[in-house]
Write a protein that binds this ligand. Sequence first.
Ligand code: 5CA
Length: 445
Amino acid sequence: MRLTRYFLPVLKETPAEAQIVSHRYMLRAGMIKQASAGIYSWLPLGFKVLRKIENIVHEEQQRAGHIPMLMPTLQTADLWRESGRYDDYGEEMLRITDRHGHDMLYGPTNEELITDIFRSYVGSYKALPLTLYHIQWKFRDERRPRFGVMRGREFLMKDGYNFDLTKEAALHAYNRHLVSYLRSYERMGLQAIPMRADGGPIGGDYTHEFLVLAETGESEVFYDSEVTDLTFGDRQIDYDDVAQCQGVLEEFTSRYARTDETHDEALFNEIPEDRRRTARGIEVGQIFYFGTKYSEVMDATVINDKQEQVPVHMGSHGIGVSRLLGAIIEASHDDKGIIWPEGVTPFHCGIINLRQGDEAADAACEGLYTALTNAGLEPLYDDRDERAGGKFATMDLIGLPWRITVGPRGLKNGVVELTCRKTGESVELSPEDAVARVVGIYSAL
Ligand code: 5CA
């Protein structure tokens, strides 16, 4: 993409309404624009990152054997009356009446709708195990929407639902989700720690939240510092291997790590004092096993191998897709702007032309642009007729991990400059070597 042809409405001023750094940078970098309280338009740069995050979630869910689909945002109240949650959900639910007087609602989550789909088509245990998921907008009429996409009213969530014959099988589905979430967050450059949590309006007392440690996080968390040493890495997982998935769950959840809702001071004090940590965290996902809570009241049953009609065991599993943009920025930025992890960056590499209009500089930039594009990468070429300072400031603000700077002086010696956004380190290389270096970095991901 050439910047002169793109839509990147960068703000010079720091917006007064933004209290935390991720919100400030998302507004300044022209990623989002508030449409009304807690509701945002996703401008091209923000939309690009949102799609990258969605793609990682899709890939990892499908790797775990979970099946993508799409349910609507608007739901009929009737299903929620069946489960008993229509009244329970309270003021967070946006209720709508259509022209025929039918009560509708903008879905805050989808347990009822998916259970209705399941019961309409599945009658035998032979169709199990089954996990369906979608990535769809949700609405929760939060009393205090704040921090931009972090606590929105409309937000994008991946929600998945498992249907299993037995509790054991459903717990394996739970573990599969835990494993796939660990992989997903690491691919986004994040460490998200699973912590024992509370079921809230979804229900069930077997649940973990995934928290990214950040001072601006809304949750208070208590943990054994050893949990922060754990990394998932590139281990190979067979998602059908019950023992292997259980092993990962045990490895990542056996040490003390809880949110304030389930914190137990006595247990916490059993950790050696130098490892006890109290911090704040951003909840980027939550997994639940709730057994037959919905299947019993909504009559989602199957016939088992003894010809008995039994309610299925279910769980639901969410990732805060739009919130993740905020969480990633909170975890990765400096005073100049965002520092995107390579896995989610909107463009792979920036190209800065220090002397637009200089024949050699223009030609070299075009050459880099073509070479990177031909290698399957997306460069962002700042081809504006602007001063170098302004170009650097924009590039630093939008946070592309790599930048190639091209100027007439370097070109005389046959070199351009490759700079890492995170470390600030630069090396002088021939244009060919700079391209090879960047291509190598991304192909290793
Ligand atoms: N049905 C279950 C799981 S599928 C569910 O709704 N879980 S949840 O309530 O925990 O939401 C899943 C994730 O959505 C949360 O972990 C959080 O990351 C994100 N989320 C929840 N509320 C908001 C909000 N107001 N703004 C942005 N993200 C949110």
